[in-house]
Design a protein. Structure first.
Lengths: 478, 486, 107
């Protein structure tokens, strides 16, 4: 890792909280729908149809720009970006442009990112609104299918495009940014990153000594790290062999986990931007901005600070929890019901996240609820289960959604606090381990061994304090 | 039957009163069509059965004493660039030969709501690109005044249908003169409304920033009547002016006394057929006699208008027409084994005619990397200059006047070979589109038995002024009494 | 005043060549046959030469008029409207399959 790596991102996020598309009144919840059932003359690009801007989409776009600390122009226009592709209904995309009287919704913004213990500033070049293209289906693969099937349900769904400056130095940073962006958008309430394909990105990567390469079609932020890591490896290998890295556009193949060259004339983009004559300019007044600003909810950075001041969490914990809105919400719900923020945070940060990671689930996808977590914590406090058992049943809670009480009952996991019964078991342990009993009279370590043996017999269910007490008493009476 | 034809406002009045059966009226027009359509070829699609059904419906309404619309029983011909639900809308192109829109244009919806009876879709230059109606995939339309001549374009079918008595009233579209040019050549009235006054929803785009749907009618009162129906705000068109339709008919008889009329020398001097200019000056004199104050003036930036117009129109067209790729609708060339890019290229070559291809290519060039500033942006700046000149002129004049067309209707085939010389014919009509102002063409005389159109332009939303001037002139000229019987 | 007929001198200047015509045709996905290219080059040069008229206009500090109206901020509410039926959507499609539009192959 000697050569400096420079990465910039172009992220497309659907404004999934909108009820309709960007320029027509078709419903935008296209997922799981039969093809071409959410279309109208406008989003099918029928001759004579016209676009009308969704006011809420503009508001949401401005919210995103403000949340990313962007400057906002006083006036802007939509432009046509002209290019042919089979997922396009008009063979131009209504988008925004920064020349000829145009301006993005936001420009010159920034996002702070925690990188290796320090705060890094990622510069945002621009934020703008545009329409999503349709969906292509290839019977077979893209390069072998004898024809292409097109579904326009997605066509015209509002996208906000966020373009960063080339400020990332590693795939990890790029991923962290996407995570943060997602958290910001989710805090704004304009976006649900859990929906398939709601966030997609293209990346520009260059390594000192090589040309800039664009990688398109990165479908999720989980993939961004893989795609960038692959591409950096590829470029480094070329450089090591003294082969020039050429300036080109490559396609991320998520299945095969490689980038492939799109060596076609497609690379010669010439979008022929010009102002969309069918839409009138947008004037962004101070009043409009003030209203939007007043409605901006708490964003991850502020929430992180609050978690530190209000709950006394360490900065790192607060950062991890607020990097995912669902996780932060989960935390606050649990704390509201249970108190003890540090305990809740510890459980979430360690066991819950480990468990989710193992199942490859996000918190909102899992069946774990704040109520169940609180119930589990209370069971521990009441001495019904041990911490160790709690860790054990957590997996079941996450995957089955059963309440901890139910799991404990079904599996007979309640803690054994029956002194009589435990005394009997201790006698058995003593009988089976005479050497250890002898040692225990003088060596504290041997006591721990005996407690461990008792735990083994009870499969961890013995009340540890009681077990300790009984063993010490028995030893003392020897 | 003789030449004196009922005007649309008469038809509506008679039908409403029960003195004329809509059914009978439609039958009469269908007979006329039967007799002469072979010679004129004004229509691409005729829908006699639907028209007769609708006529019966209107008659039933009359019988039952129900409220009738402003266009009760009026036979409406619609230019084939305006979408009609369930009725083929071809744009005069092979590309859309079989295209049937699933929706009505707002203007159509409004006309039908006022009990107009659609009779068919009229011929036009392909995608409204042309000034002669010769660029139609369905063959040319012939001028009813002289069948060897063009009817003008691009709404040539609409104007010819009216002149020939094949319809009472028509809707055309005007991007650079496409309503006024054929109105002038066919001796009827044509209005290009203020940009944004008539909804473009459903109008198949050629150059969106310039065009409007506009009425073609036999007389100025009919024009006012149709404007009352089709104008006004439409939330489906973002460029629609938030205004209510005016009562245009109410102002017709106000006269022109005291109106200040300017005649820009750039529009009537060199390049204009002297015989045409003579008729227009005669009309100016007539208006002076009626009390208007007429004076020559100058709008210097008009010399750039034609170049600016064609750059803008072609650029926008290249983008608007990109959607015709054979996937969702329209013509598709056999493309077995071809990738999408080659297939699109082939479909588009075979689906579009020569003039359309020419304009798409030139427009693509004008917008392409390195040329945007030189062509499109420059043309849009020139547009500002032209608009300023009009703003200045309208401080001194209520109305500006000129010939509609600098020439008499050319012979069929005369202009087709040389695109540039065809473009030159639009020299007097394009300024109004660039400035977004309303403009009317009213017949003002005949030269060698061919009609000459008088054009008047007014400031934005000055349609009432234009209709007053047009009505005053028409009352003197009364050319509509001489419309030919083909 | 206007020049309605172009002088031969001016029209000889070549603003666009065969290669450009082919490139533009590719951008526009509009096939131009080999035997058509020359004709287009000639016509386009004549027309583009006429467009050079614009160069004469003094437009320094002049803002472009992209929209003639002074309208701004025309919006619609975020309220859904029923879409058209898939049958209607596909009715005009030259080729369709299982509710999808059928486009040519990608590669």
């Amino acid at each position: 890792m000697s050569e400096k790596v420079v990465i910039g991102l172009e992220v497309h996020c659907q404004l999934t909280s909108l009820k309709t598309k960007l320029f027509c009144s078709c419903p935008s919840n296209y997922r799981g729908r039969e093809p071409n059932t959410l279309v109208c003359p406008t989003c099918l690009g029928l001759p004579g149809s016209l676009p009308v801007l969704n006011q809420k989409a503009l508001e949401y776009g401005l919210m995103v720009a403000l949340a990313l600390n962007c400057k906002i122009p006083k006036r802007t226009m939509f432009f046509r970006k002209n290019y042919f592709y089979p997922d396009m209904a008009k063979n131009f995309q209504i988008s925004m442009f920064d020349r000829a009287g145009g301006a993005p919704l936001g420009y010159d913004g920034y996002v702070t990112l925690a990188v290796g213990g320090t705060q890094k500033l990622v510069r945002i070049r621009r934020v703008h609104l545009e329409e999503d293209p349709g969906r292509l289906v290839y019977p077979g693969t893209i390069d072998t299918a004898p024809y292409t099937l097109v579904d326009y349900n997605r066509h015209g769904v509002a996208l906000v495009e966020v373009v960063t400056e080339p400020d990332f130095e590693s795939p990890k940073e790029a991923r962290a940014f996407l995570q943060k962006l997602r958290s910001i958008l989710e805090h704004l309430g304009v976006f649900d990153g859990g929906l398939e394909g709601a966030m997609r990105c293209d990346a520009n990567i260059s390594i000192a000594g090589g040309a800039r390469v664009e990688v398109k079609n990165i479908g999720s932020f989980k993939d961004v790290e893989r795609a960038l890591t692959f591409e950096i490896m590829r470029q480094k290998q070329l450089l090591a062999k003294k082969v020039a890295v050429v300036r080109e556009t490559r396609h991320w193949d998520g299945e095969r986990r490689i980038t492939v060259s799109l060596r076609t004339k497609e690379e010669e983009y010439d979008y022929r931007y010009f102002p969309e004559p069918d839409l009138v300019p947008v004037e962004i007044t101070e009043e409009m901005l003030d209203q939007i600003k007043a409605r901006l909810p708490e964003l991850p950075d502020a929430r992180q600070k609050r978690f530190v001041s209000q709950y006394g969490l360490p900065g790192y914990d607060a950062m991890v929890l607020t990097s995912d809105k669902a996780l932060a919400d989960f935390f606050e719900k649990a704390v509201a019901a249970y108190g003890k923020p540090k305990v809740v945070s510890n459980w979430l940060m360690s066991d819950v996240l480990r468990c989710l990671n193992e199942y490859n689930l996000e918190i909102w996808e899992s069946k774990l609820t704040p109520e169940h977590l609180v119930e589990m914590l209370k069971l521990i406090d009441e001495g019904v289960i041990s911490g160790k058992i709690a860790k054990n049943i957590l997996w079941d809670m996450v995957s089955s959604g059963k309440s901890p009480k139910q799991i404990v009952e079904e599996r007979g996991l309640t803690r054994i606090a029956d002194e009589e019964y435990l005394r009997k078991l201790v006698d058995e342990v003593f009988k089976e381990n005479p050497k250890a009993v002898e040692d225990a009279l003088s060596d504290e370590k041997a006591i721990h061994f005996l407690v461990g043996q008792l735990m083994k017999k009870t499969r961890g269910r013995a009340d540890p304090q009681l077990a300790n007490k009984i063993i010490r008493e028995k030893l003392a009476s020897k | 039957m003789g030449g004196a034809k009922l005007h649309a406002h008469h038809v509506a009045e008679l039908v409403r009163r029960g003195d004329l059966s809509a059914y009978e009226h439609v039958c009469q027009i269908l007979e006329k069509i039967e007799r002469i359509e072979d010679k004129v070829r004004a229509y691409i699609t005729l829908i006699p059965d639907i028209a007769l059904e609708k006529a019966k419906e209107v008659d039933r309404k009359v019988e039952k004493g129900k409220r009738l619309g402003k266009l009760a029983g009026v036979v409406l011909a619609i230019k084939d660039v305006i979408s009609t639900k369930g009725i083929p809308t071809t744009c005069g192109s092979l590309m859309l030969q079989d295209y049937i829109p699933p929706y009505d244009a707002t203007a159509v919806e409004r006309a039908v709501a006022e009990d107009a009876i659609i009779i068919g879709k009229t011929n036009m230059d392909e995608f409204a690109m042309g000034s002669t109606t010769e660029n139609s995939a369905f063959g040319p339309t012939f001028n009813p005044w002289d069948l060897s001549r063009v009817p003008g374009g691009s709404s040539g079918g609409s104007a010819a249908a009216l002149a020939a008595g094949e319809a009472d009233i028509s809707l055309g579209s005007d991007t650079g003169g496409s309503v006024r040019c054929p109105a002038s050549f066919c001796g009827v009235v044509g209005l290009k409304p203020t940009y944004g006054l008539v909804s473009r929803y459903g109008l198949i785009a050629y150059a969106n920033s310039l065009e409007q749907i506009g009425p073609l009618t036999l007389c100025v009162r009919d024009c006012a009547l149709l404007m009352e129906v089709v104008s006004g705000h439409d939330p489906r068109d973002s460029t629609s002016i938030p205004t209510e339709p005016k009562k245009y008919q109410d102002v017709l008889e106000k006269g022109v006394e005291g109106l200040r009329i300017g005649v820009p020398e750039e529009m009537i001097g060199e390049g204009v057929d002297p015989l045409v200019a003579k008729e227009v000056w005669r009309a100016v004199d007539t208006l002076s006699e009626l009390g208007a104050v007429c004076e020559e003036t100058s709008l210097p930036s008009l010399e750039y208008s034609l170049a600016a117009y064609y750059v803008i129109a072609m650029s926008e067209a290249s983008s608007n027409l990109a959607r015709y790729d054979g996937v969702r609708y329209g013509f598709r060339a056999p493309d077995e084994g071809m990738d999408w890019s080659s297939a699109y290229s082939k479909t588009r070559r075979l689906g579009f005619g020569p003039e359309v291809r020419r304009r798409i290519l030139l427009g693509t060039y004008a917008l392409s990397a390195g040329y945007f500033d030189k062509y499109y942006l420059k043309a849009m700046k020139v547009r500002t200059l032209i608009k300023r000149d009009f703003d200045e002129a309208f401080k001194r004049f209520d109305v500006l006047a000129s010939p509609t067309m600098p020439i008499l209707p050319p012979k069929i085939g005369e202009k087709v070979a040389d695109p540039l010389s065809m473009y030159m014919c639009d020299i007097d009509t394009v300024p109004a589109n660039l400035a977004g102002i309303p403009s009317i063409s009213v017949p003002c005389g005949l030269v060698d038995g061919l009609p000459v159109g008088f054009q008047a332009m007014a400031p934005p939303l000055g349609e009432e002024l234009l209709l007053r001037v047009g009505y005053a002139l028409e009352s003197q000229v009364r050319l509509y009494e001489r419309i030919p019987v083909v | 005043m206007r020049v309605l007929v172009l002088g031969e001198e001016r029209s000889r200047i070549k603003l666009i060549d065969e290669e450009t015509v082919r490139h533009v045709a590719w951008l526009a996905r509009l096939e131009v046959l080999d035997d058509e290219v020359e004709g287009f080059v000639e016509q386009f040069n004549r027309i583009l030469d006429y467009f050079r008229k614009l160069d004469e206009a003094e437009t320094e500090d002049v803002e472009p008029t992209f929209h003639v109206l002074n309208l701004v901020n025309v919006f619609r509410e975020d309220e859904p409207f029923p879409p058209i039926s898939p049958q209607e959507a596909l009715k005009n499609a030259p080729k369709s399959e299982r509710g999808f539009f059928k486009a040519p192959k990608m590669v």
